[in-house]
Design a protein around this ligand. Structure first.
Ligand code: NAP
Length: 285
């Protein structure tokens, strides 16, 4: 079964759009997401455009602020401080990566944790690992939604996550653990990766290498989530970290690239913005 993130996200966004239409009557306004884009990297421009389009579908206000890549770190931090103090802003997202002269950790830390719709702020990350209420990072949140929608039972399963980045691998592993899977995290120093992945009942791959996971690395009936976004070196088209054509017949469920985890990430960003908005409404009454 191919789990279409495109279809699931369209359904969830339609539900959110319905919910948002009730907000002007109840709260006097709709949620407001501010996206900051530094420079003009084509991939970042396309991600930011996708976020603006999704906001339009859901009916939330989106402001995209574009800054040249010559902006100083202090100017960017000052802009974020201004947005933190702006009561009409519910979510702030700075599109990564940033130019080398700007510290990404400093920027992430400068965003108010209550407006951190990406869920990258150290206080949100700490809360996630301590099972406290927090803003969940969008990609891992989307992955769990996809598994559940596909009817994959997570509890008690052997899950293998390849990749240990702060934004995908580690938080996915934590969310799977919280769903009572038994989780192994693999990385570039893991020996005999195939032996490990063949034992997986749920396999999440977040490496960033085209078709890295081959057919022989996956057992019959595994649920395969492909997070990777790469350019196929032969065709130049988008492809994942998994050899989709070879593995699809073996997998119980599998996500395609494009149209899998990517759309769900943006969908969860919309959900996080609405959650931040509602929390701020509650605390102001
Ligand atoms: P990252 O920070 O570069 O992390 C890559 C991880 O893969 C690292 O933990 C690395 O191990 C591991 N790795 C690299 N080579 C390996 C190998 N040969 N064997 C086993 N593990 C290996 O990347 P990321 O930010 O997590 O992103 C991963 C991929 O997901 C990228 O293609 C990215 O574009 C994509 N992505 C997609 C979405 C979406 O919404 N669809 C969102 C975020 C990211 P070490 O830790 O040992 O170096």
């Amino acid at each position: 079964m191919i789990v279409s993130g495109k279809e699931l996200s369209a359904r969830l966004k339609a539900e959110m759009a319905e919910q948002v239409t009730t907000f002007p009557m109840k709260y006097g306004r709709v949620p407001h997401l501010v996206v900051i884009l530094v420079g003009d990297d084509p991939a970042s421009v396309s991600y930011v455009t996708g976020k603006a389009k999704a906001s339009q579908v859901v009916g939330i206000k989106n402001t995209t602020i574009r800054k040249p890549d010559t902006i100083s770190e202090e100017e960017l931090l000052s802009l974020i401080r201004h947005l933190n103090d702006d009561d009409t802003v519910d979510g702030i997202l700075v599109q990564l990566p940033l130019p080398k002269h700007i510290s990404e950790p400093k920027v992430i830390e400068s965003i108010s944790k209550d407006k951190d719709v990406d869920g990258f702020h150290p206080l949100n990350v700490a809360a996630l690992w301590q099972k406290q209420p927090c803003i969940l990072p969008c990609t891992p949140k989307g992955i769990i939604k996809m598994l559940k929608t596909a009817g994959v039972q997570i509890a008690g399963k052997r899950a293998v996550v390849i990749g240990r980045s702060n934004i995908v691998g580690l938080p996915v592993a934590k969310l799977l653990l919280d769903e009572n899977a038994t989780v192994t995290i693999a990385h570039s120093r893991t020996k005999d990766l195939g032996d490990l992945t063949r034992q997986a009942e749920i396999l999440v791959v977040a490496i960033g290498r085209p078709r890295f996971v081959t057919e022989d690395m996956v057992s019959e009936g595994t649920a395969v989530i492909d997070v990777g976004v790469n350019r196929d070196p032969e065709t130049g088209k988008l492809c994942g970290d998994v050899d989709f054509a070879a593995i699809e017949p073996k997998a119980s469920v599998i996500t395609p690239v494009p149209g899998g985890v990517g759309p769900m990430t943006i969908c969860c960003l919309m959900e996080n913005t609405i959650e931040c908005f509602l929390k701020r409404q509650e605390s102001s009454h």
